[in-house]
Structures are given as structure tokens and as C-alpha cells.
Design a protein around this ligand. Structure first.
Ligand code: ATR
Length: 283
């Protein structure tokens, strides 16, 4: 009898440009595992039905991306602590007892890319997070776990930043404000978690908000430098990175959760970076 091939997928809308199938096939090749991983367009109103069918038909694990992460969070019968805190799930796992576990590997992906791949020390750093939506929520707890000196969330709608900071209940370490409040403030690391890059825009940032030789990181990525990555270079950043490394690292963590083997994520990042042939980005 031929062994059945374990099935995985990423659901989202839109999904056609997703790099996840490629990344997971590369991981499977590296680790000598037999599996399939496909991208499927799933509108939010069909999420529950399609997901239930996927697992009922033997699917082993799912990634969920925009705009399904909150729905996946609600769907998961059990959640890891980091998923619970982020109120969003990007990885669903079929467990041995048939129940579905929800995890969120996004924050892990960001922290691993920053610290391990790029040697950025978050410990005692002053960190500014731009944006107070779902993407920000997913990275806050893993960043706080690195024990930065302080983190500030700045958002176009200031009340949302204040509210998000409050939820984590670390008033001495985490607070929220509007962009106008950033004047005269300086940060070692600025992380862009707004969706501004997706529409080619840039949050309004005052001059000198990044310390000399600071670090910029845009959660978004593209085949060209994003506006925020360019802003970082123009404002004296030592490194101004986009989110390709985070994408691969969150995938590597999902792969590990599903397959109990760690793939060589750096080799995959190097390959994808070479393919998009960026000048400046990822250096
Ligand atoms: P995501 O899940 O990607 O975080 P979201 O929850 O819709 O998406 O949040 C988008 C974030 O990007 C919000 O913080 C939004 O600011 P508001 O809360 O004021 O809407 C921010 N954002 C979107 N476009 C922006 C822009 N052009 N400039 C600054 N911030 C922007």
C-alpha cells in the first residue's frame, strides 16, 4: 500500500501571491518529508465550513492569513498562550485526540529574524511599534518576552494604541500614543506594523525619531524596498529590513509544530532573497 501523503494548506483572501507553498515545499525537501502544501482562496464567510471539511478529510495542519486570523482564533478548540494573547491564530494543528490546536508563530518569526538572523539585541532596547491592528497585537508579547527597556505603540488613531497597550498590563514597559506625540522622542528599533506599506504609504514620522545606526523593520515585504525600508535607509538606519525573513521564520516554526523537525530557514531566506534580487533590502 502506498503511504498517504500528509496534507497542509494556507487559507486567505487574496492568496494567489502567497510564498508559503514554496517555502514549505523547500522545508519538506530539506528534511526529506513527504507532504503537500497548497494555497487556497477562502472568503471569511466560508472559513468555518472549508476548514471543517479540510480536517474531516484528513488534513493535518493549516496556516491562516489575512483576513482569517481572528476567525481561526475563534475556531481553535485549544490555544497556546502566545495565540491566546495575540487574539489571532496563523497555525492550526490537528492533534492526536482529533481536536484542533491554534498557535500564532508570527511574533516568534519576527523575534527570530531580528535576533538570530540579524544579530539585533532587543534586551534593554527602546522599541517603537507603528500601528495598533492585528499585526501589532501578534508581535507584542514575544517582543516583551525579550525584556526591552520600553515599548511604545504609536497609531494614527491614538486611542487604539492606548487601548492595545493597556490589554498587556505592563504600564512601566508598554504604552500607546498618536504619531504627533513622537516629536522629540528617540528609539533604537522601529517596527512598522501598519498596513500603510501595502498602499505605498508611510506613517508620518518626525525627523530624528530613530537613533543614529538604529534598526528599522517593516512587517510587510515586496519585490522592491517598501516605503518604510527606504525611510529607514534615508534616516541613518544600520539595518532597514522587510518582513521576508519573518515570513520564512514563522513558517519554519509552523513546520516544526506540525513535523517536529526544524528546517534550515536561513537557506530558504537566502534563496528567496536571491530570487527577488533586491538592492538594499535584507542587508
Ligand atoms: P493588520 O491586521 O494588518 O494589522 P488592521 O487590523 O486593519 O490590519 O490594522 C491596520 C493598522 O495600520 C492600523 O493600526 C491602522 O491605523 P488606524 O487604527 O488608525 O486605522 C494602520 N494604518 C493603515 N493605513 C495607514 C496609513 N496610511 N498611515 C498610518 N497608519 C495606517
Amino acid at each position: 500500500m502506498t503511504p498517504s501523503i500528509d496534507r497542509y494548506a494556507v487559507f486567505g483572501q487574496p492568496i494567489q501571491h502567497s510564498k508559503s507553498p514554496r517555502i514549505h515545499q523547500l522545508f519538506a525537501q530539506q528534511t526529506g518529508q513527504l507532504l503537500t502544501y497548497v494555497a487556497q482562496e477562502v472568503p471569511p464567510e466560508q472559513f468555518i465550513e472549508v476548514t471543517t471539511t479540510f480536517f474531516a478529510e484528513g488534513g493535518k495542519g493549516l496556516n491562516c492569513t489575512v483576513p482569517l486570523k481572528e476567525l481561526a482564533w475563534a475556531y481553535a478548540e485549544h490555544k497556546t498562550e502566545r495565540a491566546q494573547l495575540s487574539k489571532a491564530v496563523n497555525t492550526l494543528v490537528l492533534q492526536a485526540n482529533g481536536s484542533i490546536l491554534g498557535d500564532n508563530t508570527d511574533g516568534y518569526g519576527l523575534v527570530t529574524d531580528l535576533t538570530f538572523n540579524h544579530g539585533v539585541n532587543l534586551h534593554h532596547a527602546n522599541i517603537l511599534i507603528l500601528g495598533a491592528g492585528g499585526a501589532s497585537r501578534g508581535i507584542i508579547a514575544p517582543l516583551l518576552a525579550q525584556n526591552p527597556a520600553a515599548m511604545l505603540i504609536a497609531n494614527r488613531t491614538p486611542e487604539k494604541a492606548v487601548q492595545l497597550a493597556r490589554e498587556f498590563n505592563r504600564p512601566n514597559q508598554l504604552s500607546g500614543c498618536g504619531f504627533a506625540d513622537l516629536a522629540q522622542q528617540h528609539f533604537d528599533i522601529i517596527i512598522n506594523a501598519t498596513s500603510a506599506s501595502l498602499s505605498g504609504q508611510l506613517p508620518p514620522l518626525p525627523a530624528n525619531v530613530l537613533v543614529d545606526q538604529g534598526i528599522c523593520y517593516d512587517l510587510a515585504y515586496a519585490n522592491q524596498a517598501t516605503p518604510f525600508v527606504n525611510w529607514g535607509f534615508a534616516n541613518g538606519a544600520l539595518k532597514s529590513l522587510d518582513g521576508l525573513g519573518m515570513l520564512v521564520e514563522q513558517a519554519a516554526e509552523a513546520f516544526y509544530i506540525w513535523r517536529h523537525q526544524r528546517p534550515n530557514s536561513q537557506a530558504v531566506i537566502a534563496l528567496l532573497n536571491a530570487e527577488r534580487n533586491l538592492c538594499g533590502v535584507g542587508k
